[in-house]
Design a protein around this ligand. Structure first.
Ligand SMILES: [Cu+2]
Length: 359
C-alpha cells in the first residue's frame, strides 16, 4: 500500500489528518454545545475534545486560525483563494459586432497543477486557468460568446458548455472533429462560439473519457447567463460544490465548496444583515450521486437552474444531483455566525462545512 492509499476516507472520518485539526478548530471557534450540535454525535464530539486537549487555544493570527498541526492551506501556492473565488466573476472582454450586438470573449487554458485541497492534502489537479473551479464566466442573454481554448495539459481535453448551441460547439469527443472541434489534443487549441442562451446558471466542464476522472480532476466552472432585464441588486456568491478522490480509489476523501475543505470555518463568508444575498450554487461532485446545501437558522428562495425569475421553493435545504445547479436568494435578519454545510453528514465531516458571519 503506497502512502497515498493511506489517506483513506475511513481514516479521515475517524479523526485523521484532515478531520482532527478541523475539529480542534471548531472547538476553538464554537462553544462546546455548538460544536456538539454542529457535528451531531458523541463520537465526533469526543474526538474533537481529545484533539482539542492537544491544541493551544486562542491561536488566531491575522484573522486566520491555526490548525492543530500548525498547517493551513497555502493559497498562494495554489494560486487562488476560495474566499476570492466567491465574488470573482470573469466577464471577459467585450466588443461590438457590426450588427451592434455584444461579442464577449475569454481564453481558457488547461493546465496540470498540484493543489492543496485541505491542510496538508495535495492533489494533482487538472485546471482551467490554474484554478479549481475554473473562472466563473458571466455574460448576458443574447450575446455572442467566443471562448478560445488552449490545451497546455499533458492530456486531451475539451470544454463542454451547458446551454443551447450547435452540435460541433458541444465539446464532445467524436463530434465536430472535421471542423477542428471534438477532442482537443495537448498543444492544440479550439475556439468555441455560440449564443448566450438560455439565461440561468449553467456550468462548463471537460467531456473526455473517462469522464468522471476528467471532471473530478478539476476541469469545471460556473457559467452564468444573466437575463436581459437583470436581477435585483445583491451580494452575489459563487459556490461550486466539489470533492477530491485523493487516493484514486473512486471515493472522495475531501469535500468542499470552491475546493478547499473546511475553508469557511476559519474564514467565514462575510455578509451584511438584511442585505439580499444571491448564491449561485453548482454541484459538480463526482462519485456521489447527490449533494446538498443547508443553511442554519435562515431560509432562502430557490430558483432551479436560474432559468425563471420566480422561485419555486422557500426552504433551508436543497438537494442537487451531479451537474445540477440553482440560485438561492436570502436575507439574514439577525447578526451572528450561521453554519452552512452539506446535509449529507459524511460530506460535512470531510470538509463541506462553513460559516456565514452576519454583521
Ligand atoms: Cu479532460
Amino acid at each position: 500500500m503506497d502512502e497515498r492509499a493511506g489517506i483513506s476516507r475511513r481514516r479521515l472520518l475517524a479523526g485523521g489528518i484532515v478531520a482532527a485539526p478541523t475539529l480542534a478548530l471548531l472547538h476553538e471557534t464554537l462553544p462546546h454545545q455548538g460544536l456538539h450540535h454542529a457535528l451531531g454525535g458523541e463520537a465526533t464530539s469526543e474526538a474533537a475534545a481529545a484533539t482539542a486537549a492537544h491544541t493551544s487555544h486562542g491561536s488566531t493570527h491575522g484573522g486566520h486560525a491555526q490548525f492543530a498541526t500548525g498547517r493551513q492551506v497555502d493559497h498562494r501556492a495554489n494560486g487562488f483563494h476560495p474566499t476570492e473565488i466567491l465574488r470573482d466573476f470573469d466577464r471577459g472582454r467585450t466588443t461590438r459586432l457590426a450588427s451592434g450586438r455584444v461579442l464577449r470573449e475569454w481564453e481558457l487554458v488547461a493546465l496540470d497543477k498540484e493543489i492543496e485541497v485541505a491542510p496538508g492534502v495535495h492533489y494533482p489537479a487538472w485546471t482551467y486557468n490554474g484554478r479549481v473551479p475554473g473562472p466563473s464566466l458571466r455574460c448576458e442573454q443574447g450575446e455572442r460568446l467566443r471562448i478560445r481554448f488552449v490545451n497546455a495539459s499533458e492530456h486531451p481535453h475539451t470544454i463542454h458548455f451547458h446551454g443551447i448551441h450547435p452540435a460541433f460547439m458541444d465539446g464532445m469527443p467524436g463530434i465536430g472533429e472535421e471542423r477542428g472541434g471534438g477532442v482537443i489534443e495537448r498543444g492544440q487549441s479550439f475556439t468555441y462560439e455560440f449564443e448566450a442562451e438560455p439565461f440561468g446558471l449553467h456550468l462548463y466542464h471537460c467531456h473526455v473519457s473517462p469522464l468522471a476522472s476528467h471532471i473530478s480532476r478539476g476541469l469545471y466552472g460556473a457559467f452564468i447567463v444573466d437575463p436581459k432585464q437583470g436581477r435585483p441588486e445583491a451580494d452575489e456568491l459563487v459556490m461550486v460544490m466539489n470533492g477530491f478522490d485523493t487516493n484514486f480509489d473512486g471515493v472522495n476523501e475531501v469535500y468542499a465548496v470552491n475546493t478547499v475543505g473546511f475553508h469557511h470555518i476559519a474564514d467565514p463568508v462575510r455578509v451584511k444583515r438584511g442585505e439580499l444575498v444571491r448564491i449561485f450554487l453548482v454541484n459538480i461532485l463526482e462519485f456521489d450521486p447527490l449533494n446538498s446545501f443547508h443553511v442554519h437558522a435562515n431560509f432562502f428562495h430557490y430558483f432551479p437552474t436560474g432559468t425563471s425569475l420566480e422561485p419555486i421553493e422557500f426552504t433551508d435545504t436543497v438537494i442537487q444531483g451531479q451537474g445540477q445547479r440553482g440560485i438561492l436568494e436570502l436575507r439574514f435578519p439577525y447578526p451572528g455566525r450561521y453554519m452552512f454545510h452539506a446535509h449529507v453528514s459524511e460530506f460535512a465531516e470531510l470538509g463541506w462545512t462553513g460559516f456565514f458571519e452576519v454583521s
